[in-house]
Design a protein around this ligand. Structure first.
Ligand SMILES: Nc1ncnc2c1ncn2[C@@H]1O[C@H](COP(=O)(O)OP(=O)(O)OP(=O)(O)O)[C@@H](O)[C@H]1O
Length: 323
């Protein structure tokens, strides 16, 4: 086997982060593009050392007339590498990035659940991370959005999403694929400038590199990494406060315990609380409405959340009441 510096880098990173434990059943999400091909080959080469059970999953959106050719190419590669291959084919998926993403993750979860894979790995890179950071920044995201793509996050109770290439640039995956002669599929939608993501990739990042810092993408990804460590710490602190403040059985949280916490933690505690008691994830405005109740006089209440529940001050509690 041909061992490159990238093999060594990923092997080291996996040891350090412990995100793909030895012997795990790992489903590799392969689009056919350079990033996920690079990921799949690295997993294949590191497999004897880490003793994973690997398989390849591909989702066919059926947007392009030639998507069949892409499917065949990924399938043949899986065959050559002697890995199980699982395919999901969309029927009548609208041409929307957001809908495609939702469908894709759902499909990957289904395959992982049916075939007992605990981990799905994707080929997200440091370049994706830099782009996501910029995309979220101009939309007014807080630190949570700016950490942009985490190394590991739960998809369900039993399945985790892991992104082993978050420190690898797109330039590196391209060079790797060229060096190892991997059949990279060029997705035409990646060039389409109607998608904000593509404009960030093709216009904004090159502009920043040319006029501000040649390593702008790498530095943005580093900022995301620093934020991620801070956020993990803040979330942990918020959980401690929530456990202290939340009523054992009622859908209520102690207003004065909240009030004594720093502002940054108040928002996080409320968000964690609302995630537990509402049927949907709260957005920024909904969290702010409850924030206002911390300083409110008695018997103030919010207007209804979607679904009709309201939050209300019942001294000393802030209570969430169903319609
Ligand atoms: N059609 C596909 N089939 C299987 N896996 C895919 C497919 N498309 C993307 N992936 C996986 O997702 C990774 C990221 O791809 P891409 O950047 O196109 O997705 P994205 O929609 O921007 O992702 P996200 O929204 O999670 O950031 C790929 O490296 C690959 O692992």
């Amino acid at each position: 086997m041909f061992w490159t510096p990238l093999h060594a880098q990923i092997d080291r990173s996996l040891k350090h982060r412990q995100i793909l434990p030895r012997g795990s059943r790992v489903l590799i999400a392969v689009s056919g593009g350079q990033d996920s091909l690079c990921l799949a080959k690295l997993c294949l080469d590191l497999q004897p050392k880490w003793e994973w059970n690997l398989a390849i999953a591909h989702c066919d959106h059926q947007w392009q007339a030639d998507s069949q050719t892409n499917v065949k190419q990924v399938q043949e590669l899986a065959q050559t590498w002697q890995l199980p291959f699982y395919l999901k084919t969309a029927t009548q998926l609208r041409e929307s990035e957001a809908e495609a993403r939702t469908w894709r993750y759902q499909s990957l979860i289904e395959i992982a659940r049916d075939r007992h894979y605990q981990i799905v790995v994707t080929g997200h890179t440091a370049s994706d991370r830099a782009e996501t950071l910029l995309y979220n920044l101009v939309r007014g995201s807080g630190a949570d959005g700016l950490q942009s793509l985490t190394w590991k996050r739960p998809l369900t109770n039993t399945i985790n999403l892991v992104r082993p290439l978050l420190e690898v640039s797109r330039q590196q995956t391209l060079e790797f694929c060229q060096q190892l002669n991997l059949p990279v599929w060029q997705d035409a939608t990646n060039q389409d400038l109607k998608y904000a993501r593509n404009r960030i990739r093709q216009d904004l990042i090159p502009y920043l590199q040319q006029h501000f810092n040649p390593q702008a993408d790498k530095h943005l990804a580093q900022t995301a990494e620093l934020l991620q460590a801070d956020i993990a710490y803040l979330e942990e602190s918020a959980t401690k406060i929530r456990l202290e403040a939340q009523h054992q059985s009622e859908r209520a949280i102690h207003r004065l315990v909240l009030k004594s916490a720093p502002l940054a933690l108040q928002r996080r505690v409320i968000r964690q609380f609302l995630i537990e008691v509402l049927p949907h994830s709260p957005n920024f405005q909904q969290i702010e409405k409850v924030m206002r109740l911390i300083d409110a006089p008695n018997r103030s209440q919010t207007d209804p959340f979607p679904g009709g529940a309201i939050a209300k001050v019942e001294h000393p509690w802030i209570q969430v009441i169903n319609p």
